[in-house]
Design a binder for this molecule. Structure first.
Ligand SMILES: O=C(O)C(=O)C[C@@H](O)[C@H](O)[C@H](O)COP(=O)(O)O
Length: 366
């Protein structure tokens, strides 16, 4: 990545990307501390420990913000955690003219964005993503929300952040598993929109990538183009949901059943495998593209083992997907690598078939 910062506009929000993004934040905060009645920073236990000291070292004004720390993990992305945030903000005197700074991954920006957007009917928030996944996806585009009985993002708003500051230096704090989680969404961006990016991504094994800066820029460019064409997800923004119908089903099932649940990206990677199979069955994806996709994902991700007895519950979970229309399951599928189509009706029997084959990988590529 060039040393210079790059700026995008996504759903109306400025997104500053690059080594000097935090300098921009430092500059903007000087004005914000004057104009805002109070400034809050939301972190989870991990980002408080590993990222906050880095941030405060580079942006000293941060120490003047009132810090709120929530438990880490998707199982805490709930209204109950929002209530804790609202209570703390209320006691500290927050109002509509306050600002919330979200320091964290997708869980923090989804929950913090939602909590801020409804507090006093809406206060501004900014995102400082600390994971690869949030840098290229979750912190961008204004989807905010929380889960309901582990069903993903059932309660939420489209409420774009006032700004996003993407500094890849935070990635040095991430365990490999979290990096991998972001890599899944990066793969997805390439699969739905850019076959050349896909080729560039798979040329270098993920484990040996030393700098993610160029890939982050490419992935943000794809996200920006798709979101800006349809910020409120009336149609084409659903392209970004490839892998998510089945992916969210795996994630919900895992949150309900596993001691150490799948990360979002691991679930999406498994979802993309099933939806590649469905794309092959009903959307014209060739079996060579399908097999290449499955092979590449399995180079990096472990096959998630589910018992065949889980299939009914997994299919039932897909009934809650937000893309569904008039009781019909609607998927985003691939025509080719680099080209997705949204609004594809899929019979539950085909979803069931993909899951059944998923339990026995050999049969996915038959
Ligand atoms: O920005 C979007 O639009 C996306 O769908 C991006 C997804 O990768 C992301 O996981 C999103 O949070 C899923 O949203 P949902 O609407 O399916 O809950």
């Amino acid at each position: 990545m060039a040393k210079k910062m790059q700026t995008f506009k996504i759903a109306g929000s400025p997104v500053y990307v690059g080594p000097s993004a935090l300098e921009e934040l430092r500059y903007n905060l000087t004005t914000l501390f004057v104009n805002k009645e109070s400034v809050f920073i939301l972190a989870d236990e991990n980002t408080d420990k590993h990222c906050y000291p880095l941030l405060a070292g580079m942006v000293p004004q941060m120490e003047r913000a009132y810090k709120i720390v929530i438990p880490a993990g998707e199982d805490h992305k709930t209204l109950a955690t929002c209530e804790q945030v609202w209570n703390q903000m209320a006691v500290a005197g927050a109002n509509r003219k306050s600002l919330l700074i979200n320091l964290g991954g997708g869980m923090v920006s989804d929950l913090g964005g939602f909590a801020a957007s409804v507090f006093h009917r809406g206060m501004e928030y900014v995102n400082i993503p600390t994971t690869l996944m949030s840098m290229i996806d979750a912190s961008l585009g204004g989807k905010t929300g929380v889960d309901l009985y582990s069903l993903k993002n059932q309660i939420g708003l489209f409420a774009p952040p006032a700004a996003v500051y993407v500094w890849s230096g935070f990635l040095s704090t991430l365990p490999h598993r979290q990096l991998l989680s972001g890599y899944a969404e990066m793969i997805k961006h390439a699969l739905i929109a850019d076959a050349d990016f896909w080729k560039r991504l798979i040329r270098i094994p993920m484990a040996v990538v030393s700098s993610w800066d160029d890939q982050i820029l490419e992935a943000i460019r794809i996200k920006a183009e798709i979101v800006n064409a349809d910020p409120l997800e009336q149609g084409s923004r659903r392209l970004l949901n490839f892998g998510h119908t089945l992916g969210h089903a795996f994630e919900t099932w895992s949150l309900r059943n596993d001691k150490s649940p799948l990360t979002h990206g691991e679930a999406i990677a498994m979802g993309m495998i099933c939806e590649a199979y469905i794309s092959y069955r009903i959307a014209g994806l060739s079996h060579s593209d399908r097999d290449e996709l499955v092979r590449q994902i399995l180079l990096n991700f472990n096959h998630y083992k589910i018992p065949t007895t889980a299939i009914d519950e997994l299919v039932e979970i897909t009934n809650y997907d937000k893309k569904n229309q008039k009781g019909r399951t609607m998927l985003t599928l691939l025509r080719n690598i680099g080209h997705a189509v949204e609004g594809q009706q899929c019979e539950p029997a085909i979803i069931r078939e993909s899951l059944f084959r998923f339990t026995d990988f050999g049969r996915l590529t038959e």
